[in-house]
Design a protein around this ligand. Structure first.
Ligand code: UD1
Length: 417
């Protein structure tokens, strides 16, 4: 299986690139589609590994899916579907924990494999469970599985201690089919939450406030299958924007919703890059000097943790030192050791990384420890002198569609082995 990327550094990237549909919106919409019976069509779906695994999980519970270019048809049968997801598949994809809400919403029962540890830190499910329990679910954890069942579901108020994206999505998916009113307080506000709300609303759900920290949902009896186009991937967009800045090039990033990427635009501008909103997309022009900036990752609309590693790669080449504070996932600095192999100067203490800019990065053999770390290593490789070999590149294919073709169309020299 293709698992190594080789990046030949030193070419400024130029041209335009079209962003694919959002991975994190696509995945949750696939899970939500089982709330209706019949054929759901999701347009603008990225053809990436994570989506392929999600298709396998759907198949496992008795739901078929078929591709037609970038449209995915999901055939949700009438009658009962299976309510258990296997460890073998779910361990490959943490977003599989979203079946908790959708299976409870549809079948009143869900048996979900616990997610276990993860490359980017522990991912507890306490808030997901608190949410479904508030709506009447009984939950037991045995042999690595969550057994959840709801006999008499009823809307309720749920306060989230942290605006968790997954917990908000799970609660939304059970609440749309739960009689009465559910109010999620301190809900996540990510664009993917709004996309889920829009999708569910088009199916007939009654949801207000998605995109703010209070989401109000009135349960309905039935949801209808629809055709729906997924929003563009703001993290893929951000990755190409950084590519322009780090390679000394100029890239037009097409198919973006500018409001979704304002935090990224703001930070890139602080580094000195020129970022312009145009009719065809976001134009990013590099400037010779990269200024150091400080970054704190936060829930939306703060700076996204999923862009932290890519920005770190850029700041490795800044003139001065930058401070990056990771507030969302505790283990998101694994890329540091890999960047250091390329000549970067970074010190980590707890949640804080101090990046001392260096004049040059050099090609080396490195490992993609997770999806975004992998993207950061491509970016570093584009700017580095010589050849960078990225092992475990499978992590990158999990979340980026046609990544090497897209980069190569901008003049990069990337090969996959
Ligand atoms: C989603 C995204 C991921 C992104 C993250 C934060 C998907 C498929 N993945 O992940 O790309 O990086 O949002 O924007 O959409 N937490 C708890 N208890 C819980 C749930 C979460 O303490 O029950 C904590 C986590 O440990 C973490 C923080 O909340 O520190 C954020 O997690 P969450 O927003 O839930 O992220 P995911 O939905 O897993």
């Amino acid at each position: 299986m293709e698992n190594v990327l080789i990046v030949e550094g030193g070419t400024p990237l130029r041209g335009s690139v079209r962003v694919s549909g959002a991975k994190n919106a696509g995945l949750v919409l696939m899970v939500a589609s089982i709330l209706a019976e019949g054929e759901t069509i999701l347009d603008n779906m990225p053809r990436i590994r994570d989506v392929e695994v999600m298709i396998q999980i759907l198949n496992e519970i008795g739901v078929e899916a078929k591709w037609n270019e970038n449209s995915l048809s999901i055939y949700s049968p009438s009658g009962k579907i299976k309510t258990k997801t296997s460890y073998e598949l779910t361990r490959k994809l943490r977003a599989s924990n979203l079946f908790l809400g959708s299976l409870l919403g549809r079948e009143k029962e869900a048996v979900i494999s616990l997610p276990g540890g993860c490359d980017i830190g522990s991912r507890p499910m306490d808030l997901h469970l608190k949410g479904v329990q508030a709506l009447g679910a009984e939950v037991q954890i045995e042999h690595g599985y969550i057994y959840a069942r709801v006999k008499d579901p009823k809307g309720n108020n749920v306060y989230l201690d942290f605006p968790s994206v997954g917990a908000t999505e799970n609660i939304m998916m059970i609440a749309v089919k739960t009689p009465g009113t559910t109010i999620i307080e301190n809900a996540a506000k990510e664009p993917e939450i709004v996309d889920l709300a829009n999708f569910l609303s088009s199916m007939g759900a009654k949801i207000r406030g998605a995109g703010t920290d209070v989401i109000k949902i009135e349960g309905v009896e039935e949801l209808k299958p629809v055709r729906y186009a997924i929003i563009p991937d703001r993290i893929e967009a951000g990755t190409f924007m950084v590519a322009a800045a780090i390679s000394g090039g100029e890239i037009m990033v097409e198919n973006v919703i500018p409001t979704h990427i304002y935090p990224i635009i703001a930070k890139l501008q602080e580094t000195g890059a020129i970022v312009k909103e145009t009719e065809s997309g976001i134009l990013v022009k590099s400037r010779e000097k990269i200024r150091p900036v400080d970054i704190k990752t936060l829930p939306y609309p703060g700076f996204p943790t999923d862009m932290q590693s890519q920005m770190m790669a850029l700041l490795c080449l800044a003139e001065g030192s930058s401070v990056i504070v990771e507030n969302v996932f505790e283990n998101r600095f694994q890329v540091v050791d890999e960047l250091k192999r390329m000549g970067a100067s970074i010190k980590v203490e707890g949640h804080t990384a101090v990046v001392e800019g260096v004049k040059k990065l050099y090609g080396a053999t490195v490992k993609a420890t997770d999806l975004r770390a992998g993207a950061a290593l491509i970016l570093a490789g584009l700017a580095a002198e010589g050849q960078t070999t990225i092992e475990d590149a499978i992590h990158i294919f999990r979340g980026y569609e046609n990544i090497e073709q897209k980069f190569n169309s901008l003049g990069a020299k990337i090969k996959v082995y």
